[in-house]
Ligand binder design. Sequence first.
Ligand code: F6R
Length: 364
Amino acid sequence: DKGNHRHFMQKEIYEQPIVVAQTLRAYLQRMEDRVTLPIPDYDLSSIKRVTIVACGTSFYAGMVAKYWFEQFARVPVDLDVASEFRYRTPVMEPGGLMIVISQSGETADTLAALRHARSEGQTIAAVVNVPTSTMAREADLLLPTHAGPEIGVASTKAFTCQLAVLAALAANLARAKGRLTPADEKAIVKHLAQAPAALNAALAYDEAIEAMAGAVAGARDVLYLGRGTDYPLALEGALKLKEISYIHAEGYAAGEMKHGPIALIDENVPVIVIAPSGPLFDKTVSNMQEVQARGGKVVLISDYDGVEAAGEGCLATITMPKVHPLIAPLVYAVPVQLLAYHVAVAKGTDVDQPRNLAKSVTVE
Ligand code: F6R
């Protein structure tokens, strides 16, 4: 049932504040300022290395998580798309943790990667949305997302719930490694607990995003740029746009622009720049200015301070609430989802059932 929404995708984008809150309830003990896992007896302290494997949007959630595991827990992370992981003879030392991430829990390549890792003696953690799925059954540690059924083929609420779970896992791993003080943990609880309200605030920009979707709907190619955890967001934005609007889109690390893709820039290629204010902001803005100097039309997605500092000369700006960097990937997922959604609606494509795509990919 779509309720009063036109598409399942739109409904699912709007459910994010609630389902992220629902997911966080299973991982945050707010009275005690603790981040816990629903597998209380498991000891993560001996984990020396993490391997993260997934496909598509779930892979981009894993890419964000790599930054967090390395930053908080100082544990090295290998990251692969599942279809490549299986065939590159990856090195997995005993004592490693394999994390598979999947909405459906049935994606063939991810499941095969899980089984391969098991045969190599890895402990398997599965971040899955369907609790009865094959991956949920085969994992040692089940870390459910509580997004509820996702019907739209383009994944939205599953992604933000995956990020919530992965942030909780990163905090738990950091604590097990002796790298999380009670004060750090308290701060993480506080920031994660702010995510639902921040997602709500981000949704308030829906109409503004709809109003500028026309500027993107006419394009043949679109670029998305970001740095740090906004780089996976750029990739996710491009994936969302191409799968539902059929516009060719690419995500790039902002610093990689000048190593090739800048040759594509002209006034016909909108460039979506994802850049919350913070330590990486100035660097990304200088990449953005390289685009503008070549006649490129920039859509800047930032917070009030970022838009004030760098919004001039942009084709459009989208102002997000100012949030802590830990929850920025969840919050900035909203405008990239909404932009793809409104562009697809403007183009009249089948938003919930895009051509050539299936919700669950159970073949290799
Ligand atoms: C993109 C999308 C796909 C899935 C991918 C993995 O919007 O929906 O890229 O993310 O097929 O699916 P799961 O998460 O079920 O393993």
